[in-house]
Design a binder for this molecule. Structure first.
Ligand SMILES: CC(C)(COP(=O)(O)OP(=O)(O)OC[C@H]1O[C@@H](n2cnc3c(N)ncnc32)[C@H](O)[C@@H]1OP(=O)(O)O)[C@@H](O)C(=O)NCCC(=O)NCCS
Length: 186
């Protein structure tokens, strides 16, 4: 299992031992309010166990526990796209509330995008952020993502219609796709 580190931050695979703390951290409406409804709410220890088991089956690993100073602090992952989008992945992450504002998400996004470009041969990593989520927009801006557009009225969260800010980062050095020979394009 790959491990990625930057100072006090470590991305590592999930272990069964994370189950209880993962459920405690993720069972937080303030997290759920900023992500897709797909995330269970309330988030139970059973949800945590099923999630951990699914992560442990990934090959290559694309979902990581975020550790801060040896403690589980959050989660980050890539969703590989398919068909003609197969060199692209969507990034998603959350940090447990006790760890907000410590620069953890920014470091974790940096580590995972580097892994995606260098180890998974991705050329593009993107994500969508709800209009009101300034903290996540800031994380992406600090991580070198570019705001590519605003999908107006594309989301419905907590009964309210809102816009989604779409951000992307390209693999450094790939400025002209058509002239770039991609190894193993499949
Ligand atoms: C968004 C989230 C990942 C940020 O994690 P974090 O580890 O606290 O982020 P960082 O400390 O690396 O950076 C946060 C930045 O946002 C800024 N910020 C925080 N709240 C803000 C707000 N309300 N308005 C503007 N900026 C804000 C911080 O000041 C910091 O920027 P700075 O370094 O320039 O001061 C975390 O709050 C979270 O998990 N939220 C719920 C789930 C979520 O939103 N996931 C992402 C879905 S796209």
């Amino acid at each position: 299992m790959a491990e990625l580190t930057a100072g006090p931050i470590r991305l590592r695979g999930f272990s069964d031992l994370d189950q209880v703390r993962l459920a405690e951290l993720c069972n937080n409406k303030k997290i759920w309010d900023n992500v897709r409804d797909f995330l269970p709410s309330p988030y139970t220890e059973q949800n945590a166990l099923e999630f951990i088991k699914s992560c442990q089956q990934q090959n290559p690993p694309v979902t990581f526990a975020i550790e801060y100073k040896g403690e589980l602090a959050g989660c980050i992952g890539l969703v590989m796209q398919t068909d003609v989008y197969r060199l692209t992945a969507e990034i998603g992450y959350w940090i447990g509330e006790p760890f907000w504002g410590l620069g953890i998400a920014t470091k974790a996004v940096g580590l995972l995008t580097e892994y995606g470009f260098d180890q998974l041969d991705l050329v593009r990593i993107f994500t969508g952020v709800f209009d009101f989520n300034r903290a996540s927009q800031r994380v992406l801006e600090k991580s070198g993502f570019k705001l590519e557009g605003i999908f107006e009225k594309s989301i419905c969260k907590n009964g309210k219609i809102g816009d989604e800010f779409r951000y992307a980062k390209l693999k450094p050095g790939l400025t002209d796709n058509r002239k770039t020979k991609i190894q193993n394009p499949k």
